[in-house]
Design a protein around this ligand. Structure first.
Ligand code: PMP
Length: 350
């Protein structure tokens, strides 16, 4: 007897970081921003006219797209907006990776890529990072059906030289190359200007980290007019009204407060550099992170042990029980006070 289960799609879902409910927890496990969003966001939420909610939101997300166009100095038809960069990336996988050759992404990288590839039945290969966890450019100069690389990479935190990435884009005119810049604002480098030069380059960004808006789910991508048009076609074949009215307004408000954005990013970078020095003194080593997290391993104590002990002390960091990285902890950068507390607790438990 056949069962309905024979006709149902099965997949192994993405494993998300824990979202503990208790209040007295220091949460350094999902790379959220420890600071609230711009006060302008609060103003917009307080003055929002609830009666508007009876209508559908603008399917073109024009208000936010135009604000992004003004902020990043490029035409609105080269911008795609989605519900977090996860949505932008998922739509991009569905749109751009439709060939028979394998899509390439590093073996150690954002753990959603293989989930989307499996879900959409996209063949893929994962070239190994070098021993120092950096990307080997040559691995991306062979035949492929598309490429996705985060820059800086996650969870390593390492930045790949833009010249290497440009060569990858240039040498792969028959593939779409996606550069995921979820953490790009903390690195100060971006491939965005190169989207003018290469029509096969898509640069993806998010409001979740540098703009403190993980809860509003706002992501966006820059690319050639042609790439963006293809993405829009797939989006409108899936769900027209992706972004809700409030998020659209929240995004515009956050973008309008450039000073707040810059000062918070600088604060996080300063805390990151302080934390690196302190961790080093305690016997940790790590790739030189250009993000809002540090991927650290200890000379004596196993990462899993430190992870459990920190949890007992109400400090959550991320541990991945995966080959090659099972002795590392990914520690998000919190406020200076939170990181001072982390260091104090580490001194106790090591
Ligand atoms: N890309 C990378 C590399 C990430 O680490 C994350 C955060 N989990 C995302 C994309 C997705 O972020 P969001 O959907 O919140 O924009």
């Amino acid at each position: 007897m056949s069962s309905w289960e024979d006709n149902v799609r099965r997949t192994t879902p993405y494993v998300f970081g824990e979202q503990p409910k208790a209040k007295d927890i220091i949460k350094l496990n999902t790379n959220e921003n420890p600071y609230p969003p711009s006060p302008k966001v609060e103003e917009v939420l307080r003055s929002f006219d609830c009666s508007l909610l009876r209508k559908y939101p603008d399917p073109l997300i024009s208000e936010l797209t135009n604000a992004l166009a003004a902020e990043y100095h490029l035409p609105a038809d080269r911008i795609f907006v989605g519900v977090g960069s996860d949505d932008v990336l998922a739509m991009s996988f569905l749109t751009f990776f439709h060939g028979k050759k394998p899509v390439l992404f590093p073996d150690i990288t954002y753990s959603f890529y293989d989930v989307w590839a499996d879900l959409f039945e996209i063949p893929y290969e994962c070239p190994a990072l070098k021993d120092d966890l950096s990307i080997c450019k040559e691995d991306y100069l062979k035949e492929n059906g598309g490429i996705v690389i985060p820059n800086p990479n996650a969870p390593t935190g390492l930045l790949c030289p833009l010249s290497d990435l440009e060569e990858i884009v240039k040498m792969n005119p028959a593939s779409v190359v996606i550069i995921d810049e979820a953490y790009g604002d903390f690195s100060g480098e971006s491939m965005l200007p190169l989207t003018e030069k290469y029509d096969n380059l898509l640069v993806v960004m998010t409001f979740s980290k540098s703009r403190s808006l993980a809860g509003s789910r706002i992501g966006f991508a820059f690319g050639s007019k042609k790439l963006i048009a293809r993405l829009q076609d797939i989006k409108f074949s899936f769900n027209s009204y992706t972004m809700d009215m409030l998020s659209i307004k929240v995004g515009v408000a956050a973008l309008s407060d450039r000073d707040y954005f810059r000062s918070r990013v600088e604060e996080i970078i300063a805390t990151r550099e302080w934390t690196k020095e302190e961790l080093q003194k305690l016997g940790f080593s790590f790739p030189d992170s250009k993000t809002n997290f540090i991927f650290a391993t200890h000379e004596k104590v196993r990462a899993e042990v430190i992870f459990e002990k920190l949890k007992e002390k109400n400090i959550y960091v991320r541990y991945f029980n995966k080959p090659r990285i099972d002795n590392y902890l990914r520690i998000s950068i919190g406020t200076k006070e939170e990181m001072e507390h982390l260091i104090t607790v580490l001194k106790e438990i090591l």
